[in-house]
Ligand binder design. Sequence first.
Ligand SMILES: C=C1C[C@]23C[C@@]1(O)CC[C@H]2[C@@]12CC[C@H](O)[C@@](C)(C(=O)O1)[C@H]2[C@@H]3C(=O)O
Ligand SMILES: O=C(O)CCC(=O)C(=O)O
Ligand SMILES: [Fe+2]
Length: 335
Amino acid sequence: MVVASPAPINKTKAMRIPTIDLSMERSQLSQTVVKACEDYGFFKVVNHNVPHEVTARLEEECAEFFAKPSHQKRRAGPANPFGYGFTNIGPNGDMGDLEYLLLHADPLSIAQRSPTIAHDSTKFSVVVNDFVEVVKEVTCEILDLVVEGLGVSDKFALSSLIRDVHSDSVLRINHYPPLKVKSKGNKNSIGFGAHSDPQILTIMRSNDVGGLQIYTREGFWIPVPPDPTQFFVMVGDVLQVMTNGKFMSVRHRALTNTLEARMSMMYFAAPPLDWWITPLPKTLSPPQNQSLYKPFTWGQYKEATYTLRLGDSRLDLFKAQLDTHLLSSSPSQFQ
Ligand SMILES: C=C1C[C@]23C[C@@]1(O)CC[C@H]2[C@@]12CC[C@H](O)[C@@](C)(C(=O)O1)[C@H]2[C@@H]3C(=O)O
Ligand SMILES: O=C(O)CCC(=O)C(=O)O
Ligand SMILES: [Fe+2]
């Protein structure tokens, strides 16, 4: 997976990362969140109220796990999909220079898996659950702002899906070890290949080592400077559908080109498996007064996701046949 320099991996460009201060006045805040979701599908949040200790404790537990010898770590694997995985991502041959823990965010599932991960499994479970609880709160706050900014009347239309006891949300901790290969010039390696996240929203935090890049609609890869004190938010495929394409899920990837280890933690917020994914009522207004996608459940989408490769455009499978007759009042956009 090592790609020789000087050619960078596609075109990269510097850009100021959209940053949203969650302590801003609410009506302005909801508009700013919607704008960032529309323009980039990605932003950084500051003043999120997540206690530093909660994040630090999870980082410490995971660093302890990743520092173990491979044969011990493998007891927590293979990741099919949950558990410890290394190099292989998903079931279809995708690979990256990383190792990871993938956990269902449900407390019972965490408790069942913890004994294979940590010597003090109760402590590990508590630390993971504490983290899940606080990131879930931030996620729900952002989703409530999205709904408010879009003018949807059900104030908890999205956050209620994440708070549901059957929510299919997932926690992932990625560890990118330092590159072993050293030679003239830079070496870039794909830690985690380009993709969009299938869920509603991803909340992500990393240590102080860079690597994450997002892809803009103009066709540039933008490196995201790391900020261990803050969180980054990514629009997922399901939110693209629920906003009828008003928001677009953001393509992103992680490179490793450093001598330092990178650790990232992500909460992928998802609805229950049997939840039907359809556009929110407010997003079905002219000119797009019909859904761009066929209705599907989160379970069906997830199943399709796991039959495909990491970088595939899964939403293409769910595009609706648009009735051009219904679009006649808005010709320019659809002809
Ligand atoms: C190659 C794959 C890994 C993945 C499932 C998939 O078939 C395609 C999407 C991948 C992804 C990306 C975001 C998250 O990291 C993830 C957990 C998810 O929900 O979709 C992974 C899946 C995985 O690693 O199991
Ligand atoms: O580790 C990262 O920074 C990104 C990983 C990622 O995109 C993912 O796990 O879905
Ligand atoms: Fe991702």
